[in-house]
Design a protein around this ligand. Structure first.
Ligand SMILES: Cc1cc2nc3c(=O)[nH]c(=O)nc-3n(C[C@H](O)[C@H](O)[C@H](O)COP(=O)(O)OP(=O)(O)OC[C@H]3O[C@@H](n4cnc5c(N)ncnc54)[C@H](O)[C@@H]3O)c2cc1C
Ligand code: FES
Length: 361
């Protein structure tokens, strides 16, 4: 959905003024949303990819190019009312906009920036999931659970409107490791059949290749509270939950902290969370793993002897009596994330303050 080539950005750009008196420079080629976040303006967003609609705004004056005018984050009603998506809008002139102000910045907030990285390793986690390790010259600054927008030289260039600079396609991928001064970034990328970008990362990326990182982004990062933790991951949502688990295990009070890790995949061949939970278990008071496959037994001959069904069906007060007192992190495809959050809030009455999620549009 989103296409933007970091290398195409220049400092010369346009001035954006918001109706509540904030203003910032938008470098040529940058999106309204990213320029706001880079300038320290806390605007609301989630996916940064055109899928969620959280970054809707109204343009009062000036003009913008919309990267994907048909992005699913905008409903026909939104379009009739003149709404646009900040993550899909590139200012072509100075602009006046009404952006929705986000929450105040969290502790450890790092503004997103562009970095060039080299691939140092690509490892297979399953038949369609690769762990890609990148190295940047500077430190890897992010919070466990956040994501970055990635592009690679091997990814096709997208030609937008006439006169517009060609842009390389990019996608959101979550870091699976922890921030570090050495500049090591790890991602777990799942092949989406016929996808424009993920098959290139999964099947063609090799050590020595160059990747552009733009980040960090995202709000579903590990909170610095005293609460024990539950993580729920589905499919490609494993990476940020591994990072959250590793972040918990790296805390000074890790030996007192409990982690319950839930992972759902389609079939037995998708299950790979065990090694990550085992890795953190030595540092924690306890770490349990529950994995479920969604393919019914009569449709699969995969030897799976564990639970079958959707992962949210296995979470509840029976297995976790203190669930309401936990920090709960959720990541994965929108239907899975919606089902988990709905069940936690509507069926179990868990406070939304305790639930942190990213939907992988
Ligand atoms: C905040 C965020 C974090 C993300 N983190 C990760 C991550 O850590 N690892 C990871 O592998 N992916 C992650 N994703 C998903 C990723 O950004 C891409 O959407 C995904 O790789 C598909 O890109 P594509 O170009 O191959 O497919 P596209 O060409 O964009 O899409 C092709 C088709 O596949 C559908 N599709 C898109 N994504 C999926 C999916 N995940 N499952 C099934 N169908 C899909 C689309 O609706 C479309 O119909 C994340 C997304 C978001 C918004
Ligand atoms: S942040 Fe723009 S649509 Fe999700």
């Amino acid at each position: 959905m989103t296409s933007l080539d970091g290398a195409a950005l220049t400092r010369v750009g346009h001035r954006v003024t918001t109706d509540d008196g904030r203003s910032f420079d938008c470098p040529t080629g940058d999106t309204l949303l990213r320029a706001a976040l880079r300038a320290g303006v806390a605007a609301t967003y989630e996916c940064n990819s055109g899928g969620c609609g959280t970054c809707k705004y109204t343009l009062s004056s000036g003009s913008v190019h919309q990267l994907d005018p048909d992005a699913p984050g905008l409903t026909p009603r939104d379009k009739r009312k003149g709404k646009m998506l900040g993550c899909q809008s590139i200012p072509l002139t100075d602009c006046e906009v009404s952006l929705v102000a986000g929450e105040a910045w969290y502790d450890g907030h790092t503004p997103p920036r562009h970095l060039r990285a080299q691939v140092t390793d690509v490892a297979s986690l399953t038949h369609d999931l690769r762990e890609v390790t990148l190295r940047t010259d500077g430190p890897a600054d992010f919070l466990p659970g956040q994501f970055a927008m990635l592009s690679a030289d091997a990814v096709p260039v997208h030609h937008g409107s006439p006169g517009d600079a060609p842009r390389r396609l990019e996608r959101a991928y979550s870091m699976s490791n922890l921030p570090n001064p050495q500049g090591v970034w790890q991602f777990q990328i799942k092949r989406v059949p016929n996808g424009a970008v993920s098959p290139i990362f999964v099947d063609r990326l090799a050590p020595g290749d160059t990747v552009t990182i733009d980040g960090p982004y995202g709000h579903a990062h590990l909170r610095s509270t005293e609460r024990d933790v539950v993580v729920v991951a589905g499919g490609s949502g494993l990476a940020p939950m591994v990072s959250v688990a590793r972040g918990l295990a790296a805390r000074p009070d890790a030996a007192r902290r409990r982690l319950d890790f839930f992972y759902g995949g389609r079939g037995a061949q998708d299950m790979c969370a065990g090694a990550f939970v085992e890795e953190v278990s030595a540092a924690l008071h306890s770490a349990t793993l529950v994995e479920a496959v969604s393919t019914p037994a009569d449709a699969a001959d995969d030897g799976w002897t564990g639970p079958r069904g959707y992962i949210h069906e296995l979470i509840g007060f029976d297995s976790l009596p203190d669930l309401a007192d936990r920090e709960i992190y959720v990541a994965g495809p929108p239907p899975m994330t919606d089902a988990v959050v709905r069940m936690l809030v509507l069926d179990l009455g868990i406070s939304t303050d305790n639930i942190h999620y990213d939907k992988f549009f």
